[in-house]
Write a protein that binds this ligand. Structure first.
Ligand code: AOF
Ligand code: ZN
Length: 343
């Protein structure tokens, strides 16, 4: 077993970022002796899985080598008929010699049955190779399957003196142009993007992707009493939008009103509803009230904080960061720090 092939498989898997959700990103490398004879990854939701693409990439003269080859797959080969036929069946049919994986598939439709099928066909299987890297790559998918809620990313920009808006919530452009571009790329990478009532009202955000190429996420807003102005960009019907409220459920064009009950906390209900809709990740872009509500409820997985050189002197205080330091980098004049949950 050679970890370097699994690293390559993880690298290939990551090429699916932004295109495969709610499926996981998966990569596959087929190795004969010390030669890679096939490579593939899950490129697009609904389309061929990694293993099939790797098999397709083989030169015809290499096909007979499969019996003596190892498939390095970042996730357990699937055993079910979804949008695609089972990869375990394909590997058995092609008589692969051995299968090595990072992780078991937490999808209850698979859940070990892919490995069972392979073993029953006499194919040796090894799992748990670069397991942490595999889980990190598909943190959204694993959180969704294991915690039964979307992966929640809290994002904000704060000044050097710790404010994220001016006095009374006046919007201030705190982060620089490179940071703004980066946030647009993040929007293409998550299924949904969310703001609270105050931010929707004071910033009138579009919550779409403009500064980079990529798909638009679903927009989410909390509007308990349905008091937000119908003329806001959020309600322009240009992309699917979920408006969570306590009054009614109704769909008008691309905007869906979803009623929550006032008897229970809002966020768990909202995340449960998003799960039903297969929304696997949410980028929460503020404001402070909403960010703090997620933090207080313990319903978050990652914090991404831009700190700009700006000083405001007064204003709305940014939330207090939690979790463990995961990454720190410079983005133009800003410093971006990522924190992850401890558990
Ligand atoms: C694999 N290889 O490359 C991927 C897998 O609807 P489908 O057929 O596309 O199935 C989606 C499920 O298959 C997904 O939830 C996950 O459990 C597994 N994804 N499995 O063997 C792959 N992308
Ligand atoms: Zn599959």
């Amino acid at each position: 077993m050679n970890e370097q092939y699994m690293r390559r498989a993880l690298e290939l898997a990551a090429l699916g970022r932004g295109h495969v959700s709610p499926n996981p990103m998966v990569g596959c490398v087929i190795v004969h002796g010390d030669r890679i004879i096939g490579e593939g990854w899950h490129e697009r939701y609904g389309q061929a899985h990694a293993e099939r693409n790797a098999i397709r990439s083989l030169r015809p003269e290499d096909e007979p080598l499969l019996t003596d080859s190892t498939a390095y797959v970042t996730l357990e080969p699937c055993s079910h008929y979804g949008k695609q036929p089972p990869c375990a069946d394909l590997l058995i049919e092609k008589k692969i010699g051995r299968v090595v994986c990072c992780n078991d598939d937490p999808n209850p439709l698979v859940g070990g049955r892919g490995f069972d099928k392979l073993r029953a066909a006499g194919i040796p299987v090894e799992t748990g190779v670069l397991a942490e890297a595999g889980r990190r790559l598909n943190a959204r998918f694993f959180t969704f399957m294991e915690k039964q809620r979307p992966y929640v990313i809290l994002k904000w920009a704060e000044t050097t003196d710790g404010y994220l808006a001016g006095p009374g919530g006046t919007p201030v452009q705190i982060s620089g142009p490179l940071s703004q571009r980066l946030v647009h790329r993040w929007r293409t990478e998550e299924d949904a993007i969310m703001v609270g009532t105050n931010t929707a009202h004071t910033d009138n955000p579009r919550l779409n992707v403009r500064l980079v190429p990529g798909r638009n996420p679903i927009r989410i807003v909390i509007d308990r009493a349905l008091r937000l102005d119908a003329g806001l960009h959020l309600f322009d019907g240009s992309q699917p939008t979920l408006r969570y409220n306590l009054i009614k459920t109704e769909t008008v064009g691309q905007t869906t009103l979803v009623q929550l009950t006032a008897d229970e906390p809002v966020l768990p209900q909202l995340l449960a509803d998003l799960r039903q809709r297969s929304v696997q990740s949410v980028l929460v872009e503020g404001g402070t009230t909403l960010l703090n509500a997620f933090i207080d409820a313990g319903l978050w997985d990652e914090m991404r904080v831009f700190r700009s050189p700006m000083l405001l002197g007064a204003g709305i205080e940014a939330p207090t960061v939690r979790g463990t330091l995961y990454d720190r980098e410079r983005v133009g004049d800003d410093e971006l720090t990522t924190y992850r949950r401890l558990d």
